[in-house]
Ligand binder design. Sequence first.
Ligand SMILES: Cc1cc2nc3c(=O)[nH]c(=O)nc-3n(C[C@H](O)[C@H](O)[C@H](O)COP(=O)(O)OP(=O)(O)OC[C@H]3O[C@@H](n4cnc5c(N)ncnc54)[C@H](O)[C@@H]3O)c2cc1C
Length: 380
Amino acid sequence: MNFELPEELRMLRDMSCKFANAEITPFSRECDEGERYTPEIRKKAAENGLVGAWIPEEYGGAGVGILGNTIITEEISRVDMGIGLNICAASFGCEAIYYFGTEEQKKKYLPPVCSGEKVSAGAFSEPNAGTDVAGYRTKAVKDGNNYIINGNKMFITNGTVCDWMIVQCITNPEEKRHHSFSQIIVPADASGVIRNKIHGKMGIRASDTAEIALEDVTVPRENLVGEEKKGFRQLMHFFDVTRVMVAGQAVGLSQSCLDESIKYSKERTAFGSPIGIFQSTMTKLTEMAIRIEALRNLVYKAAWSIDEGRPDYHLAAIAKYYGGQTAVFCANAAVEIHGGYGYIDEYKVQKLYRDAKILELYEGTKEAEIMTIGRFLLSR
Ligand SMILES: Cc1cc2nc3c(=O)[nH]c(=O)nc-3n(C[C@H](O)[C@H](O)[C@H](O)COP(=O)(O)OP(=O)(O)OC[C@H]3O[C@@H](n4cnc5c(N)ncnc54)[C@H](O)[C@@H]3O)c2cc1C
């Protein structure tokens, strides 16, 4: 067993780190305040091979695997998770095509996303069902060579900026709920697709989140991804991969909380000493460091297992759950270490605190992860 990252992944980390510091840091505050999506940074990232980097080279990606992509996500999220999402989630939805799509679909849809020309999205959640993944109601009715889709999707990342989205639909209502779903590619400019940006998010404000209505949207049957009635299973597999990437965001954000806190603990004095020498500060720093170390190893293992062709849903759920917990813990501790200054936007930790919470909500709430982990344990 070797815990050392190979040379190429260390170089990838260095490059991602430099890119994030140089290209993202200057825009972080402005994009957060103005809820500004950043296509220009996404395109630059794509030129550097950082968009859809997990996608193999034959489909336009950098072919760095899920572990490589997790390292990119970590480094970019360390600087800004909102702008980071515009880069790391620009290929959100491509997982469905890569794992279940036809060769033609892979060749048509994946390369333009990796090159930064196009953006994808995964439209699963609905206004009345998020955690209840089998409770979605969007329907796709077969009509000759087409599907006609009607329904509503909620909280869709890249919703107003994407070129196409994977839509989770009921195609076979006669089947039991888990077996009634399919995944269909819907071009964002298709007639009947109505997209509205959601404003006022607590954090990751530079990322685009939208509500989408689908009103008699007609797409060809060839836009089916994988098989009819397998949509639920396909989505579960999709989450096994994307949850690891979310956990990678948590590593980056948590690391940033620790870095900022160490710096401040050395600079700030109280009672004539740097606050870092107080045991309560040290305890916070130590707890952060321990959790981050444990999380990073956990996430890398989950990513590695996917690259080894043995995706482990249990490990992905644990990584996602612990990622959210670690990020929220570290952000809270970082604000506390900064005292009153942590509460205002002069210091980065205020933004980290706001950004962290989403890691316990999207891609499965922490309660949903507990169900996944708990059911696995009880099934053994
Ligand atoms: C910024 C942002 C970006 C997002 N991006 C996307 C995206 O790109 N694509 C997409 O499809 N979705 C996306 N989502 C949606 C996200 O995945 C859902 O919000 C999340 O899954 C929770 O669903 P919900 O909001 O409907 O909450 P609900 O499912 O209504 O849950 C409400 C509460 O009840 C709890 N709960 C529900 N059921 C159970 C249960 N059985 N046992 C215990 N507790 C339970 C939940 O854990 C939660 O605490 C995004 C959300 C946000 C906020």
